[in-house]
Design a protein around this ligand. Structure first.
Ligand code: 13P
Length: 254
């Protein structure tokens, strides 16, 4: 199958110049498996992207946390995909639940953003996930399938897409999905890709988990066959992010 383990660190709207410097120093000093085993991408706020990119170890890469849905222009406060390409930022996170919920980004809007970013040559971490109400109503699989469909309808090449399953109820709550819950949804997503995109895309697309991932729970989650890595929030600001990266070793020995 050859899905390389992927660990993303989403710093969200956190950090001062000093804090960013410290985080980068910690990352640069960390002993982690080789880039053949794990792909590591950290995502600072826009304003810190250049400094992080220039000071970060070369085996780790950077991602923006968002970009505009189409070509730049008169869109005050937005940052375009073209600008990220111009700055050599390889990755962008799109469709994070915080943006969906707080800024009203719809499935369609996220799908359009993913398509536009890919068309400009960016690699995309596309986020999906259900709320607690949706889970309790038994609609988890429907919700994530609908979110994935809005992306799938607008793109033809999945090579540069990582799908991040982030149940909203697990984000920033300390309430991590159990390994079985994560595996179940990831397997359903892979089944959906198999049926609706292609068996090849289903086999090769990385599906990563996000929501209260920590140094303490990462190994158990990583041991599941359809969990191809993590998108880490709070713990990506701390030294334990290195331990989370190391959980890639679980796959090597699997
Ligand atoms: O939203 C997340 C990553 O994008 C997860 O955040 P936490 O790891 O802080 O729960």
């Amino acid at each position: 199958m050859g899905r390389k383990f992927f660990v993303g660190g989403n710093w969200k709207c956190n950090g001062t110049t000093e804090e960013v410097k410290k985080i980068v120093e910690t990352l640069n000093a960390g002993q982690v498996p080789s880039p053949d085993v794990v792909e590591v991408v950290v995502s600072p706020p826009f304003v810190f992207l250049p400094v992080v990119k220039s000071s970060l170890r070369p085996d780790f890469h950077v991602a923006a946390q968002n970009c505009w849905v189409k070509k730049g222009g008169a869109y005050t406060g937005e940052v375009s995909a073209e600008m990220l390409v111009n700055l050599d930022i390889p990755w962008v996170i799109l469709g994070h639940s915080e943006r969906r919920a707080l800024l009203g980004e719809s499935n369609e809007f996220v799908g359009e953003k993913v398509a536009y970013a890919l068309s400009k040559g960016l690699k995309v971490i596309a986020c999906i996930g259900e709320t607690l109400e949706q889970r309790e109503a038994g609609s988890t699989v429907d919700v994530v399938a609908t979110q994935t469909k809005a992306i799938a309808e607008r793109i033809s090449d999945w090579t540069n897409v990582v799908l991040a399953y982030e149940p909203v109820w697990a984000i920033g709550t300390g309430k991590v999905a159990t390994p079985a819950q994560a595996q179940e949804v990831h397997a359903e997503l892979r089944k959906w890709l198999h049926a609706n995109v292609s068996p090849e895309v289903a086999a090769s697309t990385r599906i990563i988990y996000g929501g209260s991932v920590s140094g303490a729970n990462c190994k158990e989650l990583a041991a599941n066959p359809d969990v191809d890595g993590f998108l880490v929030g709070g713990a990506s600001l701390k030294p334990e992010f290195i331990d989370i990266i190391k959980s890639a070793e679980v796959k090597k020995s699997a």
